[in-house]
Structure formats: structure tokens, C-alpha cells
Write a protein that binds this ligand. Structure first.
Ligand code: AMP
Ligand code: MG
Length: 356
């Protein structure tokens, strides 16, 4: 694609300078593309109601045209214009989790263009919990369609630097407000089925959703340890290669930390013997025990919030160090652990060794 001039706009995350936000909002209004921080990851935004603007997102990201976008709103009320009907259960979710990392799939209204939903008759909507995102949507005066602001297939960006690396020269502007807080993308739940179905685990946990909804079904790809051949894919994003570093990624899963660590070191040694540059994704306690070319800690072993926040940045850092192989410790599927392991397994193309 033709190289564009990308404006870098720095703002204060908690209290963004309104005159800077207005510059970005003007770009959105004119049909351009702006990357901006949300509480989950950086998103690449365009006017969700303008099909030409939305197409620019697909082009900039190299995103397959059958992978729909999430529409971001700045108030709870805005959802009414975007959907055909609002089931009572959905209102409960909105009351409890908006603004926040919960994306709702609902029947779309006529004003949402097919480009935004990749031809589906449903639309994905969420209200982010980030002052910069909210100010931008509000100033633009339109809902903003925004997938993660990375090249398709790469780990989602948690820093403006990641966006620059992937999309500089391909989009109109980047709002830099420092690191994002949660680090993995929003939870996606389909509210059009009889029993709500979790399509993608994320910042709002399955446990939190069950507390409000009672029954929640899990789409098979959420937990799958193997690449599933899913014929009817409700969330098309799930079938594409995702989050992947350049290096080969292997995950060692199991219940006992000691067994996991032994296996990590064994595999690391095998690759080092072959002359490969080996990275290990460890935790604060285990990192001192390993021998490899590059060892990085995702955080405290029991602090899944911290691990989620660091995950995508570390995958990108391993690439910067040009390692050939990364061996990562698996964690439990509790809480946000489900989202972390869902991303790691996909990033590893389901290259998993279980030591149990
Ligand atoms: P991203 O914003 O890059 O994390 O990607 C958006 C995610 O939401 C992808 O996994 C999409 O497949 C999913 N998504 C968006 N719209 C829909 C929809 N109408 N139905 C199901 N999944 C959707
Ligand atoms: Mg994405």
C-alpha cells in the first residue's frame, strides 16, 4: 500500500488533553484511521458507520475480510441505535460490566454497514474503560470500529511502540498514552443464542459472567488444545492464525510446577544442542532456575493479572531478540488464566506438551 504520514499524538492517559483528542477525532470524522489505547490493548479505529473508512482498517492490518470488527461506544445508551433488540440479560451485563472489557454480540440494526460486521447479521459492541478511548469516541460523535492495532497474525499491541512497529506509514495517527492496563483483549459473548455463548475469553472472566447469567456455554475453540476444524464459526477471528511471534513457540502445561520446569529445561537443552537460540517464558520464581539464551519473566506465578498485562509485550520482545524457539510455562485456566492460555495456545499453533 501507499505510504502515509502517521501523526503521533501524545496524551496523558487519565486526563487526556482535549485539543489533542480533537485532532484525532477530526481524522475519524473525515473517514481516516486512528490507533488509540483502550484498557485491554491498543485498537485501530475508524467510523463504524462509514464503510469506506472501515475498509481502511482491513487494508492497514492485512486483516482477512471475513473477520468482523468490534464497535466501540462512549455511553451505554448508544447501543440502542446499533442493535435490533436488547434482551433483558444484556441490560444486566451492561449494568455490571460496562464500561469494561466485555463485548456483546447482538442482532445488528440497519445503520451498521456489512463491512463492519464482515457480512454477518450480528454486531459486536463494547464500551471501553479508558479515558482516552471514551474522549475520542465522544469527540468523533460516532461509534468507532476498532480491532486490535497490530498487523493481522501478530500479538496485540499493549504499547504505542508496538503499533508504530506494525502500522507506521499505514494509518493516519497513533494516540500514545502509555501501556494498556489489562493486556489481553475483551471477552466476547454471543447473546443471540438461547444460552449465552463465550466465544473468546478475556478481561471479564467466565466466573464473573456465570455470576450474572447463570448458564454460559463455552465455544469449543475457547478451550481447545488442538486446532479444531470448526465448520460453523460464530466468531470468525478464531480460525485465523493469531498472536504469533516469529519464533516457534512451545507450551509446557501441567499441574505441578516442578514437572513443568523440568520439561521446559529439557526441551530448551535439546534445541540449544542443535545450535538454536532459545528463549524461555518463565515466572518471577522460576526464572533463576533455567539455563537458556533469553529468559523472561511474565510476573509473579500467582498474579494472573500481571501475567496478562505482560504477555503480548514479552512475545514481541522475544522476536526483537531473534530467538528461534520460545518455551513457555503454562498456567491454570482459572480467572483470567483462561484468556491467557487461550492466547498462548493459539500463538503456539497448539504446540503443547502436557507433563501430567
Ligand atoms: P479484535 O478486535 O482484533 O480482537 O477482533 C475482534 C474479535 O471479535 C474477533 O475475534 C471477531 O471474530 C469477533 N467478532 C466481531 N464481530 C463479531 C460478530 N458479529 N460475531 C462473532 N464474533 C465477532
Ligand atoms: Mg486482534
Amino acid at each position: 500500500m501507499r505510504k502515509m504520514e502517521t501523526k503521533i499524538l501524545k496524551v496523558t492517559p487519565s486526563n487526556p488533553e482535549i485539543h489533542v483528542i480533537k485532532i484525532a477525532a477530526e481524522i475519524i470524522k473525515e473517514g481516516g484511521t486512528v490507533a488509540f489505547p483502550t484498557e485491554t490493548v491498543y485498537g485501530l479505529g475508524a467510523n463504524a458507520l462509514d464503510s469506506d473508512a472501515v475498509m481502511k482498517i482491513f487494508i492497514a492490518k492485512n486483516r482477512p475480510a471475513d473477520n468482523p470488527l468490534i464497535v466501540h461506544v462512549s455511553s451505554k445508551e448508544e447501543i440502542h441505535f446499533l442493535v435490533e433488540e436488547l434482551p433483558e440479560k444484556v441490560e444486566l451485563l451492561i449494568e455490571n460490566f460496562w464500561p469494561g472489557p466485555l463485548t456483546l454480540i447482538l442482532k445488528k440494526s440497519k445503520i451498521v454497514p456489512n463491512e463492519t460486521t464482515a457480512g454477518l447479521n450480528t454486531v459486536a459492541i463494547r464500551m471501553p474503560k479508558h479515558e482516552v478511548a471514551l474522549a475520542l469516541i465522544e469527540q468523533a460523535g460516532v461509534p468507532i470500529a476498532a480491532p486490535s492495532a497490530n498487523l493481522a497474525g501478530k500479538p496485540s499491541p499493549t504499547l504505542a511502540e508496538h503499533v508504530k512497529k506494525d502500522l507506521y506509514g499505514r494509518i493516519d495517527a497513533i494516540i500514545d498514552a502509555g501501556p494498556t492496563n489489562i493486556g489481553v483483549e475483551s471477552t466476547v459473548i454471543d447473546m443471540t443464542s438461547a444460552v449465552p455463548m463465550l466465544l473468546r475469553p478475556g478481561g471479564i472472566t467466565l466466573e464473573q459472567l456465570k455470576n450474572i447469567l447463570g448458564k454460559v456455554e463455552l465455544h469449543p475453540t475457547v478451550l481447545s488444545e488442538k486446532s479444531l476444524l470448526v465448520e460453523k464459526i460464530p466468531s470468525p477471528g478464531m480460525k485465523h492464525r493469531h498472536y504469533a511471534p516469529n519464533a516457534k513457540l512451545i507450551i509446557i502445561e501441567g499441574k505441578k510446577m516442578e514437572k513443568i520446569m523440568n520439561k521446559v529445561q529439557e526441551i530448551a537443552h535439546e534445541y540449544m544442542k542443535e545450535g538454536k537460540k532459545v528463549g524461555i517464558l518463565a515466572n518471577n520464581e522460576s526464572k533463576f532456575m533455567y539455563n537458556a539464551d533469553v529468559i523472561k519473566s511474565a510476573g509473579n506465578r500467582n498474579d494472573f493479572t500481571e501475567i496478562a498485562r505482560n504477555l503480548f509485550r514479552l512475545l514481541r520482545e522475544f522476536d526483537e531478540e531473534n530467538v528461534d524457539v520460545v518455551i513457555a510455562e503454562g498456567i491454570s485456566l482459572k480467572g483470567i488464566g483462561l484468556a491467557i492460555m487461550n492466547r498462548l495456545r493459539k500463538a503456539a499453533s497448539y504446540n503443547i506438551i502436557n507433563v501430567d
